[in-house]
Design a protein around this ligand. Structure first.
Ligand SMILES: Nc1ncnc2c1ncn2[C@@H]1O[C@H](COP(=O)(O)OP(=O)(O)O)[C@@H](O)[C@H]1O
Ligand SMILES: [Mg+2]
Length: 293
């Protein structure tokens, strides 16, 4: 494992621990911490208006350059939304805004109809039930598949008590379920460092699933995968759809074709087109941004 990956992993664990500490006094039960591994204590996400994620007129500039420019977009609960667009379109920046990594200059970002995400920081947003998969896999390479998944639950009470951490039966069931979902049930005791690139990506998705996120953001999840791994990832995402809402950024059009319902095309920081893959691929403006520059 490179120091870089180790550092990123450690930061992520620390972020989750910090989030749990921050929210412990805001639980519905009036300060009593919710059960082990519960991610979202502070009330359920209100999706009665049919939207789990809602962005309206969002803009952000970096040194005068508008990376996101009047972006409006919404996603239904259980939807698997694909996002495509040329390099520099603002796809990753959009995810940075949703997850609290970047503050927009303008606009509204809501999780369900009541949670204003702009009022929360990055660890709190993770805590609310929004999981994010970055491009590079960031698993703990010296640990086994099992230990990596277990670790995804272990972050609530600090290092000392996590030494004595034991999975309860619900958590064991979930771990078994996740292992099966991510196609790693036969590799449970393998060291994560010995997995293929694709398997590491699945393991990291599994670590997110251990937290049972309502919304999952995945940035170029099949980059660097073999064709076979890509096909299995498509299957995996189709099984996640419905149980979770997903936003998937990808360049691989055969993958998009396999998983997509609605595809949103981002360009210059806003929505250029939206529809089925066939609809957007035959849109003159979309053809122009992909071929015309
Ligand atoms: N932190 C930042 N500082 C300055 N410019 C940035 C920053 N993040 C992104 N950008 C710029 O914003 C634009 C959109 O980037 P990005 O969201 O990474 O695009 P995509 O993921 O669609 O390829 C690019 O021009 C990029 O250089
Ligand atoms: Mg990007």
């Amino acid at each position: 494992m490179t120091p870089d990956l180790l550092e990123q992993g450690a930061q992520r664990v620390q972020a989750r621990m910090a989030a749990l500490q921050n929210t412990q006094h805001n639980t519905e039960s009036g300060g009593r911490a919710a059960g082990f591994g519960r991610v979202h204590q502070a009330g359920e996400v209100d999706v009665t208006h049919g939207r789990i994620l809602y962005l309206e007129d969002v803009s952000v500039s970096f040194d005068g350059f508008k990376a996101i420019n009047g972006l409006s977009l919404d996603i239904a609960p259980g939807e698997l939304r694909c996002i495509i667009g040329p390099n520099g379109a603002g796809k990753t920046t959009m995810m940075d805004i949703i997850t609290g990594k970047t503050r927009p200059d303008e606009g509204r970002v809501f999780f369900g109809s009541t949670i204003d995400l702009l009022r929360y920081n990055e660890p709190q947003i993770a805590q609310l039930g929004i999981g994010r998969k970055f491009q590079k896999p960031t698993v703990f390479e010296q640990l086994s598949v099992f230990e990596n998944l277990e670790l995804a639950l272990k972050t609530h009470k600090g290092v000392t008590s996590s030494l004595f951490f034991r999975l309860d039966s619900t958590q064991s069931d979930r771990l078994a379920d996740v292992l099966h979902t991510i196609h790693l049930a036969d590799s449970v005791h393998r060291q994560a460092g010995n997995l293929s690139h694709g398997q590491k990506q699945w393991l990291e998705i599994g670590m997110l699933l251990m937290q049972d996120p309502k919304l999952l953001l995945l940035d170029e999840p099949v980059a660097g995968m073999t064709d076979d791994e890509t096909a299995r990832t498509a299957e995996l995402f189709l099984t996640l759809k419905g149980k979770h809402s997903l936003m998937v950024v990808e360049h691989d059009m055969s993958f998009i074709r396999a998983i997509s319902d609605i595809v949103t095309v981002l360009c210059d920081g806003s929505v250029l087109a939206q529809g089925t893959l066939d609809q957007v691929q035959s849109d003159e403006r979309v053809i122009e941004v992909y071929l015309g520059r």
